[in-house]
Design a protein around this ligand. Sequence first.
Ligand code: NDP
Length: 334
Amino acid sequence: NRRFLLRRRPVDDPVPEDFELVREPVPSPSAGEFIVRNIYCSMDPAMRGWMDDAPSYMPPIALDDPVRASTVGVVHASDNPDYPVGQWVMGLNAIEDYSLVTPGHFTAPVDISAVDSPTRFLTAMGAVSLTAYFGMTEVAKPQAGETLCVSGAAGAVGSVVGQIGKIHGCRVIGIAGGAEKCRRLTQDYGFDVAIDYQGKSLDQMRAAIGAAAPDGLDMVFENVGGLVMEAEILNLANHARVVLCGLISEYNASEHVGLRNLWQVIVHQATLTGFLVTDYAPRFPEGGARIMEWVADGRLRIDEDVQEGIENAYDTFMRLFSGANNGKQILKIG
Ligand code: NDP
């Protein structure tokens, strides 16, 4: 059983020495337990937060434990009649070949016949699309004709957010890093405007958003934080809704700068809402069905970036922070 362990807590950017790939015996299940052979691991920016020993919505990954990740795989051995050998499942497991699943631990069966690839359970029907869906429909509540700005726009969550904005008849501005990602925003995802944040100062970003949204932003879907969010906050329309979904620009920073222009939230009587997709867990089937409808209709495009090999776990994870990923980052290990 190859396992990708967290050996020490990263300080700033994670380095290879924070992790170790080890081989251990495959565990055997006791009563009520089963073993999942993990095939695809979801690589999520949130995993960086789980590596810190800091207050969060979930306990940190313990040192010397494998790095926690959502996975899709197959039941390999079982002492639980609800999870027979050969059943495909998805759950919160770890970057390791085999995970022991104990009662009460989240892992659910999935219907593999309903999809063209098992990776869909980490993308279209996975947490990232559900984040976009519930963040938009329940918090941003888009109205036709309104202007939405989404950061991290070419990423897994951001690309779906912007397309949901278009489905609701909004004008959509996406912020992403580099010319190629900006091309994808307008050509592949149908955004109205793409803004490349790389190499731009706060004043330049503020002006670029202002030019794209002369009447201000009715909705901001924030995935990045830092300078990008600062520039958005300086362009709010009155009664704007800001969905605070992620702050990836700060995940590797030991010093957090915070928002300097928070006053603008008061000036524009805006609503700033912290959002966690897990709040909507009971409604995941509803959200997943809606997303699959849009995918089937050709109204929603979901891109996947699948890297291979557990020995590439560190490099694949770091793609999220360099921006090398084009779509939902996945690691195939089985
Ligand atoms: P992405 O597919 O968007 O990949 C991460 C992207 O972030 C990179 O491609 C890069 O794009 C961008 N990025 C990385 N570092 C920086 C930086 N310093 N400044 C600006 N942009 C940066 O990942 P996900 O879609 O999985 O996640 C997007 C966000 O959503 C994250 O903040 C994540 O934590 C959050 N999230 C929140 C959830 C919730 O329930 N609240 C659930 C799921 C995700 P570029 O090349 O454009 O810079």
